[in-house]
Design a protein around this ligand. Structure first.
Ligand code: F6P
Length: 330
């Protein structure tokens, strides 16, 4: 049995831990051999492979990024993409493929299984935690930790200068990172893509925070938008928000955009734990011939769900949860 492994989409702390889990269990327990495909779906598309055995996965558990490389290549949009993938998998004598990725990567895997009979198993990955079929994705805990540490640090500089500090975090469609890091870091305002915000209300919270003699921290997800119109600035909602707050309240404001820092570097202990377990269960799914499935976390159990179901719906922040956190605003 030879198993192909690829990592697609944006990189994410914990990818290497998944790869290590798959290879260690696959070789030691099942006697499988592995082939790594480089840069997501580009690997099988171009037949670009890399050696993947026990020595290749030694020491990678705490390493960020992915030893296989990643890309957002979508083979379904490439001419003869499916034919090329099938030919290259046959050439490398691949019996099964494990795709580790977010919604985009897994949607391709789902179609490859359902429509073209390619035996794929999926592992969910995204720092955004917005896949509906799993309680958590690995990478999220690390991103929240990094954002929380940044907010902690920004409190003291905000206090010293009596400034508003706007912190822009990742999350185009879902506000999970903003919500968790904002709550953990004691932010005074948290703005998420799921709910359009009222700029007057934001300014009122900022002003009331200053009245209480503390400098406010505003955490904004990159996809958050004001109720009235889009921010006109291409530089992002964080910059726009700081300018508007300064103009409207007269308080000096600055923006910190955390960007890819949230995805870089070593995974947290939780993400290593979750990613490793996903890897161990993914290779079990291959052994069981359970193609078209994806591993997922439910409570403390790792379960299997159909790939097609897993990628069907985005998991977003419910209004009730957002309201719960609102007690700390202002
Ligand atoms: O999906 C993960 C994510 O980190 C989003 O939060 C963010 O909007 C996006 O990727 C950034 O993508 P890129 O690395 O292509 O700029």
């Amino acid at each position: 049995m030879r198993v192909g492994v690829l990592t697609g989409g944006g990189d994410c702390p914990g990818l290497n831990a998944v790869i290590r889990g798959i290879v260690r269990k696959g070789v030691q327990e099942y006697g499988y051999e592995f082939t790594g495909f480089r840069d997501g779906w580009r690997g099988p598309l171009d037949g670009d492979t890399v050696r993947l055995d026990i020595p290749a996965v030694r020491g990678i558990l705490p390493r960020g990024g992915t030893i296989l490389g990643s890309s957002r290549t979508d083979p379904l949009t490439v001419e003869s993409g499916i034919r090329r993938i099938k030919e290259n998998l046959a050439k490398s004598e691949i019996d099964a493929l494990i795709a580790i990725g977010g919604a985009g990567t897994l949607r391709v895997a789902a179609r490859l299984v359902d429509e073209y009979g390619v035996p794929c198993v999926g592992v969910p990955k995204t720092i955004d935690n917005d896949l509906s079929a799993t309680d958590y994705t690995f990478g999220f805990d690390t991103a929240v930790g990094i954002a929380t540490e940044a907010i902690d640090r920004l409190h003291t500089t905000a206090e010293s200068h009596k400034r508003v500090l706007v912190v822009e975090v990742m999350g185009r469609h879902a506000g999970w990172i903003a919500l968790h890091s904002g709550l953990a870091g004691g932010a005074n305002v948290i703005l998420i893509p799921e709910q359009r915000f009222d700029l007057d209300q934001v300014c009122a919270w900022v002003t009331s925070r200053f009245k209480a003699t503390y400098a406010p921290i505003v955490v904004v997800a990159e996809g958050a938008r004001p109720r009235d119109g889009e921010p006109a600035r291409p530089s992002g909602v964080g910059e726009w928000l700081a300018e508007e707050i300064e103009r409207r309240t007269g308080n000096e404001a600055r923006t910190t955009v955390l960007g890819h820092v949230q995805r870089g570097g070593t995974p947290s202990a939780f993400d290593r734990w979750l990613a490793t377990r996903f890897g161990l269960h993914a290779i079990d799914a291959v052994r069981d011939g359970d193609f078209g499935s994806m591993v997922a976390l439910r409570g403390t159990d790792i379960v299997r769900v159909p790939l097609s179901e897993a990628t069907a719906r985005l998991k977003t922040v419910e209004p009730a949860l957002y309201e719960e956190v609102g007690v700390f605003f202002g």
